[in-house]
Design a protein around this ligand. Structure first.
Ligand SMILES: Nc1ncnc2c1ncn2[C@@H]1O[C@H](COP(=O)(O)OP(=O)(O)O)[C@@H](O)[C@H]1O
Ligand SMILES: [Mg+2]
Length: 503
């Protein structure tokens, strides 16, 4: 199939998700679509799939203008979408999922189960996947579910397959199989649009690339004509190199030592020192194991190997209470799900860590609580009406300040913050950055998990970049540029594990 998308524009209210984008994919071609988060890749693909209507632009399939693309039209043309989120129904069998909404019926109009199972087997064998068509989907590992998604795209006549980060859940061996399938599909004349942020994969499987940035078309060409560094520069745009006032923190004593930390299937052999007075950022892209690492450091996830040492003592990982008692303050990501206790008042939400760490019982002395609150309100500038109101009555930024205050009150030496400014407004962000810097200046040590470069750049003394479950680079302040972060976060370096340490 030859696909031409011309002058496509799409806005969501004030956001220009796509601005005059042209995208062309040839026959029997594997085409890598590249762009940072928010660049407009999914929006462009949703327009192609007929799920979104563009404000402007045309789509041509094999030279033919398609007016008003719909999901139905797109499907009928042989365009299949393999979504990043798994769209399978867990309680149904594999074959039922494969044929969902497009069941085979016999002449009497009854479901032809035999035919569907036989057809499912055929497809699964074709892609060399050993899954029983009558297996219930919920029994499958995530990687196997992803393979069922792929099988579904191949079940019916398809001419163009869109793969939105299909490899995140797959093991290396499964990725090899997927690549084999992709090459064989190309051999049969299919075109594939491959969205990935992993450079080694893009360079291995795609012949052409198109880069989007901030909703704009940047460049298209052949992978053989560029290298990983060039691709990174295209993704990020200009390289931001600003001279930095480098404050050397690595000479100060070690506050926390992480050695050989390993969680099967998530991260491997993570080792680093956190120094006194240091703000250490840990960053990476989707599927890098960072979320699981932060959980392990919080004591919320078991590890199979490795130690975390604070003041000469190994923390009992997998035990939140023990980690808290050693004075490690934590602000998990997803404040709404994990940090705030929704039915509890603002006051109690602030006090809860104090009670868990210092007492075994949740014993409340209202007067102490109010004093505690007032102390923190001054430091973190919490804006509040009535402290007895439910915490959910506050704005996101103020809620987050309450969560941070929990730990200030415990006088923690070490703070681990996972996405601390997620979903809060610019003003509150700025205040949290100020607080982080102040804590560091007062000799506290902080680990900040973040995916936002501007944030990291504002607050971090040093940055670890993760890729596929390992630390791929360590960047000191002088080397902390967006291009460097992207280069290592996409695995663009070929040196492999711990490829570079800029210190
Ligand atoms: N349904 C939507 N409503 C509002 N804004 C959206 C919507 N979908 C995407 N956006 C915005 O459009 C831009 C492009 O998003 P997206 O296409 O998802 O990027 P990508 O897939 O490259 O990460 C982003 O700024 C995103 O926030
Ligand atoms: Mg996307």
């Amino acid at each position: 199939m030859i696909l031409e998308m011309k002058q496509i524009s799409k806005s969501f209210g004030p956001v220009n998700a796509l601005d005059d984008v042209t995208f062309t994919v040839g026959n029997a071609e594997i085409h890598g679509l590249l762009g940072e988060n928010g660049a407009g890749k999914s929006t462009l693909m949703n327009i192609l799939g007929g799920a979104l209507l563009p404000n402007e632009g045309q789509i041509f399939i094999d030279g033919q203008l398609i007016e008003e693309m719909t999901i139905h039209k797109s499907n009928a043309l042989g365009i299949k979408f393999i979504h990043q989120e798994l769209n399978l129904v867990n309680d149904l069998m594999v074959y039922e999922n494969l044929f969902l909404g497009q069941e085979i019926t016999n002449r009497a109009g009854m479901l032809d189960i035999k035919a569907m199972i036989a057809r499912s087997k055929e497809v699964l064998v074709r892609i060399k996947v050993d899954i029983n068509p009558v297996e219930i989907v919920s029994n499958l590992e995530p990687s196997r579910k992803q393979l069922v998604e792929i099988a579904r795209a191949l079940l019916f006549e398809s001419k163009l397959i869109i793969m939105d980060e299909p490899t995140t859940a797959l093991t290396n061996k499964e990725i090899e199989i997927l690549f084999e399938i992709m090459r064989s599909l190309r051999g049969h004349g299919l075109s594939i649009i491959f969205i990935s942020h992993k450079m080694p994969e893009l360079f291995a499987i795609c012949e052409k690339y198109t880069v989007l940035r901030d909703g704009k078309f940047i460049e298209t060409g052949y992978f053989k004509d560029i290298n990983e560094q060039k691709a990174t520069n295209l993704l990020v745009g200009r390289s931001i190199v600003e001279t930095q006032e480098v404050q050397e923190k690595s000479d100060s004593p070690v506050a926390m030592q992480v050695a050989g930390l390993t969680s099967k299937g998530h991260f491997k052999d993570i080792s680093f020192d956190l120094h006194k007075g240091e703000v250490l950022a840990i960053t990476g892209l989707h599927g890098d194991g960072r979320g699981e690492l932060s959980e392990a450091l919080f004591g919320a996830r078991q590890v199979i190997a490795g130690t975390v040492t604070v003041r000469g003592k190994h923390l009992k990982l997998g035990n939140i209470r023990d980690v808290m008692r050693e004075g490690v303050g934590m602000v998990p990501r997803n404040r709404k799900e994990r940090s705030i206790i929704k039915d509890m008042s603002i006051l109690n939400n602030l006090s809860i860590a104090f009670f868990i760490a210092k007492h075994n019982k949740f014993f409340i002395n209202k007067k102490e609580e109010v004093e505690r609150f007032k102390r923190n309100q001054k430091i973190t500038d919490i804006r509040v009406g009535n402290v007895d109101d439910d915490i959910t009555s506050m704005s996101g930024g103020n809620q987050q300040k309450v969560i941070v205050s929990r730990w200030l009150e415990l006088n923690s030496d070490i703070y681990i913050l996972d996405n601390p400014t997620q979903g809060i407004d610019v003003g509150a962000k700025f205040e949290i950055y100020k607080l982080i810097s102040e804590l560091a200046r007062n000799g506290k040590s902080l680990i900040i998990f973040s995916a936002e470069f501007p944030e990291i750049y504002k607050i971090a003394d040093r940055c670890l970049v993760m890729y596929e479950g390992h630390i791929n680079a360590e960047l000191d302040r002088a080397h902390l540029t967006e291009v460097n972060v992207m280069y290592y976060a996409t695995g663009a370096n070929k040196e492999g594990i711990n490829g570079k340490n800029f210190k």
